[in-house]
Design a protein around this ligand. Structure first.
Ligand code: TRP
Length: 354
């Protein structure tokens, strides 16, 4: 795992260098599972990076992975509200709705149809070995594993492969899923690619690893989507201040960046520093021995300053939900056109043409 992680990281760095020169050689697909509202961790870890790639001119698809919500729970929750909220956050951060294709799983039935031949290309033991799925099974605390929880990485492969995305910006937890997508692209070609003469239908996608540090929640645990320990993008400046004032710290008045021994304080330093694009140690020096109250003041200012323009655009967009519907309908149509074309090629390759 570690060695292959190193290899992925090296390859990701190479791609990063090439992106500046050849942005249109890439097609990015990424997205999220709409299980809650996006927070500052998403903003610093992924959304900001998407906007950077978009501004470089990299073509991009953003998916709201709504079918992935029901992998590990009975009810989808307020899913419409969450899909809208996530899409609006992406747009408010700076993704242009003319250029970027925004869509939800459920609007592209061809994805589900691709799932069947793709499922035939992986074995049950391979699915059961997926470390991210294993973690998710463990997190359900004894809930019986649904067929969808075991197989969603294959559905996720369809997300990436249907539109021939060759680059997926993702965190470490998504690496096993990307491996499934690469495996399926390869095996499909081995099994069905003979003699077509047109070259492979699917390209094996590569990973663009995020180098953004992992942000923790205000209680020092994992910052959760829809969690009480999060600073959501959609919060007001006041709500942000209230939440941050309650953040867990320690009683040492001297503020230093020491993630191992002082995780909560270091996490606040990291959030402020990332918003300000400086080193966390620099923020620590600024606070000196003024204590966690002074630190929190800096964090509140940094977060609210960074998010102010995003929040202003967000508020505008939320006034017009019909426009969000239109964006999703347009993106869904575009995704469907591509998916239909891919599915036609798949049916041809398998020989299912009557
Ligand atoms: N599994 C991803 C998550 O939990 C969401 C996702 C679905 C995704 N399909 C994808 C991410 C394709 C990248 C590419 O956040």
């Amino acid at each position: 795992m570690t060695e292959s992680f190193e290899a992925t990281k090296r390859r990701s760095d190479e791609i990063e260098a090439d992106l500046v020169k050849n942005p249109t050689n890439y097609r990015v697909l990424t997205g999220e599972r709409p299980t809650g509202h996006l927070h500052i961790g998403h903003y610093l870890g992924t959304l900001r990076n998407r906007v950077r790639l978009h501004r470089m001119g990299v073509p991009m698809f953003i998916l709201s992975a709504d079918y992935q919500v029901i992998t590990d729970r009975d009810a989808p929750g307020p899913i419409r509200e969450r899909v809208f909220s996530n899409i609006v956050d992406n747009i408010a951060c700076g993704l242009d709705t003319e250029d970027v294709v925004f869509f939800a799983h459920s609007t592209v039935p061809e994805l589900n149809q691709l799932l069947l031949p793709f499922l035939s290309l992986v074995t049950v033991p391979e699915l059961q070995r997926n470390p991210t799925v294993k973690d998710e099974i463990a997190a359900t605390q004894g809930r019986k594993v649904s067929g969808l929880l075991l197989t969603y990485p294959v559905h996720q492969a369809a997300d990436i492969l249907f539109c021939h995305a060759n680059l997926v910006p993702a965190g470490r937890d998504q690496l096993p899923h990307l491996e499934v997508a690469r495996l399926i692209a390869r095996r499909f070609e081995e099994r069905y690619g003979h003699g077509s003469g047109d070259g492979p239908i699917f390209v094996a996608p590569e990973t663009l690893l995020s180098d953004a540090p992992l942000v923790l929640g205000l209680d020092g645990k994992k910052m959760a989507k829809s969690g009480a320990n999060a600073i959501d993008i959609k919060m007001t400046a006041d709500e942000t201040a209230q939440a941050l004032k309650k953040a867990v710290t320690d009683s040492d008045r001297r503020i230093v960046f020491d993630p191992d021994n002082r995780p909560e304080v270091s996490n606040l330093l990291l959030i402020a520093a990332s918003c300000m694009n400086v080193d966390p140690r620099q923020v620590a020096e600024e606070v000196g021995d003024a204590g966690s109250g002074a630190l929190k003041k800096i964090v509140i200012d940094a977060v609210n300053t960074e998010l102010a323009p995003v929040r202003a655009r967000r508020d505008e967009l939320m006034k017009d939900p019909a426009e969000v519907s239109r964006i999703l309908a347009k993106g869904g149509e575009r995704a469907r056109e591509i998916a239909q074309d891919t599915l036609d090629k798949v049916s041809d390759a398998i020989g299912m043409r009557y």
